[in-house]
Design a protein around this ligand. Structure first.
Ligand code: BV8
Ligand code: ZN
Length: 256
């Protein structure tokens, strides 16, 4: 399924006139890198209920089980490469006064694709810390099955991701709120918009007067906030949007 020409044209025109842009991304942008999403058929949550694995209670109940699940996801992520969707966002950055990637993803593929301003709302799977004293934890090779023990307090080590019922990193979320409050365009890419307070940022952008463009093969909870919907895969739609943006900017610069 591909986005229709007029929607592309309208989206490219809005981007062409924009000075400040936010790209709000979810698991869908990493789908074509081979990382399963959460709520799609075959997604992560199909096999496990989030409450069983992505909550502090689940970790306190069974730290080794949660740790082993994240080790499995780390292996999948380590084998993944950024896809054309990630690279297109990185290539868009120099075209704007301000271009901020606000991601719910924990795979760091935006950074690996070259995006420089990336706000990780839900943390990163590549960092770990002690669940009891909070100290960061680094070790050359991590055990596969058992959550390590903190050398300082004996607590258990966990991935530095935000679980359900946990607060998002305050400074990161505040910076994301500032970015959405002043952006001209917000691209909502590859997210079902089911998780708050992250998804609320799209509504904040809308209320602040931004044009919201949704890039997703399917309609989502955020579709009602979208002014334009590009129904297709991020790996296809974003490179096409970049091409049309460059075309439009060239025309503008020729027109003087
Ligand atoms: C919190 C952990 C305060 C890391 C995750 C209202 C206000 C505040 C809170 C709540 C609220 N209502 C409910 C809550 C609680 C909860 C929540 O939102 N629950 C939901 C499920 C109802 N929120 C929280 O607990 C948050 N904390 O609120 O703190 C507080 C404190 C105490 C008590 C109360 C409140 C914490 C949320 C963070 C949870 N952590 N993950 C990890 O293991 O990864 S959430 C998980 O879902 C991931 O982080 C993921 O990023 C996030 C969102 O999922 P998506 O990225 O959107 O992925 P999904 O699979 O859903 O969708 C994929 C989309 O891609 C689809 O639309 C599909 O069509 C599309 N797609 C597929 N292929 C492609 C594609 N698109 C483009 N191209 C393709 N090729
Ligand atoms: Zn500790």
């Amino acid at each position: 399924m591909s986005a229709d020409g007029t929607a592309y044209q309208r989206a490219a025109e809005r981007l062409c006139q924009a000075r400040r842009v936010v790209a709000f991304t979810g698991a869908g942008i990493s789908a074509e890198s081979g990382i399963p999403t959460f709520r799609d058929p075959g997604g992560l949550w199909e096999q496990f209920r989030p409450e069983e694995l992505a909550t502090p209670e689940a970790f306190e109940r069974n730290p080794d089980r949660v740790w082993a699940w994240y080790q499995h996801r780390r292996r999948v992520i380590a084998a993944a490469e950024p896809n054309p969707g990630h690279y297109a966002l990185a290539a868009m950055e120099p075209h704007f006064e301000e271009f901020t990637v606000v991601t719910q993803n924990i795979d760091q593929l935006h950074q690996r694709a070259g995006s420089r301003r990336v706000l990780e709302l839900h943390g990163s799977i590549l960092r770990n810390h002690c669940h009891r004293c909070g100290r960061p934890y680094e070790a050359p090779n991590l055990p596969e099955e058992r959550a390590p023990t903190c050398p300082h307090c004996g607590g258990r080590i966990r991935p530095s991701v935000v679980w359900f019922g946990e607060l998002l990193p305050e400074d990161v979320f505040a910076e994301a709120e500032q970015a959405v409050a002043r952006c001209d365009v917000l691209l909502s890419i590859g997210t079902s918009g089911e998780v708050y307070p992250a998804a609320g940022l799209v509504w904040q952008a809308k209320l602040a007067g931004a044009t919201v463009i949704e890039v997703n093969p399917n309609p989502t909870e955020l579709t009602p906030a979208a002014d334009i919907a590009l129904r297709g895969s991020a790996a296809t739609v974003l490179p096409e949007l970049l091409r049309r943006l460059c075309e439009c900017r060239q025309k503008l610069s020729k027109a003087g």
